[in-house]
Design a protein around this ligand. Structure first.
Ligand SMILES: Cc1ncc(COP(=O)(O)O)c(C=O)c1O
Length: 385
């Protein structure tokens, strides 16, 4: 099996798996318990929090809140900061972009139903946020701007440091969904200037069901998960220490991979694009490689229905995706491809290839050779959805 669908999820790294098993065995106590077993777990939880804070360059370990993953972190930040800023400063407007993950767009839609104003910014053909529209949308009532660092479908990297300066100039807060950035880009909360940031371990060689919400000290954020004082009162629920230990390890491992092998990942991705465009006529790259994560290629094949091609690829042992994994059953092009200005036909013929650190140059050539056969075969058949 060739896995070119690593933006959907990544395989758990061996050292991370070992840490998950070790921490499960070694820390059986509840980190909130006052007795010896609880205190031992609590001490290790603190250590993990400090390691994560250090890797993200957070000023204080208490700015790290552990969650169940990217979706929860995005929901907690968008809804929590909007409510917090409204309570504290009377601001009731949120601003986001058209290519955000649903984990941000849906809470913004929900806020609109609760009486907030929600503005969705357009993007250019490469997926970069329209900065003029952003400036126009900002005002004294803006509570929160939520723009992702890296897109999951086309890999677009947004100018977050610049966006956070604009948000801060008018007193608003800035959240970024950095779920797709770890292991591919530096994630430094000071350089980015963000007030909050979401991560999800399963996107960087860690286990599923655990994530991070970075919350800068002083950021008003109403807690939605009630029922306990865990995580400094910001997220109730017994803390899953083994998963958190694995997340901390995964963050270290993926940062090491990025520093040592990030350039190789980009070379592989570029090789894939070069081989596909040479071997399969009528192939186009969506977006710009200049502003794209090094592992992602969103590729459009003329005259082919992506869902059909994906099924044939799967039968041949090649995994990729039409858009995000959550969109697998949906036959319409994703909101991201539509926001770039692609027609239904262009979006429908798009495949997302997302590579990871286990992939090889041989796999790239095998995929390109296989598609050189499959695409003309499918073009010769009537399009059936
Ligand atoms: C950009 C982005 N944000 C949020 C999420 C949701 O993360 P999780 O799967 O941890 O809930 C994903 C997952 O696909 C993602 O790609």
């Amino acid at each position: 099996m060739i896995n070119f669908d690593q933006n959907a999820t990544t395989p758990v790294d061996e050292a991370v798996l070992e840490e998950l098993i070790r921490a499960t065995r070694e820390f059986s106590g509840n980190s909130s318990s006052g007795h010896t077993l609880g205190a031992k777990a609590g001490k290790y939880l603190r250590e993990c929090r400090e390691r994560v804070a250090k890797l993200l360059n957070a000023a204080d370990a208490d700015e790290i809140v552990f969650t169940s993953g990217g979706t929860e972190s995005d929901n907690a930040a968008v809804r929590g900061i909007a409510y917090g800023m409204r309570a504290e400063q009377g601001r009731d407007e949120v601003v986001t972009s058209a290519i955000e993950h649903r984990a941000v767009l849906a809470p913004c839609d929900w806020l609109a139903k609760q009486g907030f104003k929600s503005t969705v910014l357009p993007v250019d053909t490469n997926g970069v946020v329209d900065m003029g529209a952003l400036r126009d949308s900002l005002g004294p009532k803006t509570a929160l701007v939520s723009i992702m660092l890296a897109n999951n479908e086309i890999g677009t990297i947004q100018p977050i440091a610049e966006i956070s300066r604009l948000a801060h100039d008018i007193g608003a807060k800035l959240h970024t969904d950095a779920v797709q950035a770890v292991g591919k880009l530096p994630v430094d909360v000071q350089a980015l200037g963000v007030d909050s940031l979401s991560l999800s371990a399963h996107k960087f060689y860690g286990p599923k069901g655990v994530g991070v919400l970075y919350l800068r000290k002083g950021t008003p954020c109403e807690c939605f998960m009630l029922g306990g004082t865990h995580e400094g009162g910001r997220r109730a629920g017994t803390v899953p220490l083994p998963q958190i230990a694995a997340l901390a390890k995964a963050l270290e491992v993926s940062e090491e991979k990025r520093i040592k092998h990030g350039a190789e990942l980009r070379t592989l991705r570029d090789q894939l694009i070069a081989e596909l465009t040479a071997k399969v006529p009528g192939t186009h790259v969506n977006g710009s490689l200049e502003t794209c994560t090094p592992n992602t290629a969103s590729i459009r094949f003329d005259g082919v229905y992506g869902g059909h091609l994906l099924r044939r690829m799967d039968e041949e042992g090649i995994l990729a995706s039409a858009g995000s994994a959550c969109m697998w059953e949906i036959t319409k092009p994703s909101h991201v491809l539509t926001a770039l200005g692609l027609s239904d036909e262009e979006g429908g013929g798009t495949i997302r290839f997302s590579l990871g650190y286990g992939n090889t140059a041989e796999e790239v050539t095998q995929v390109a050779d296989k598609l050189a056969k499959l695409v003309p075969e499918l073009r010769a058949q009537p399009i059936e959805k």
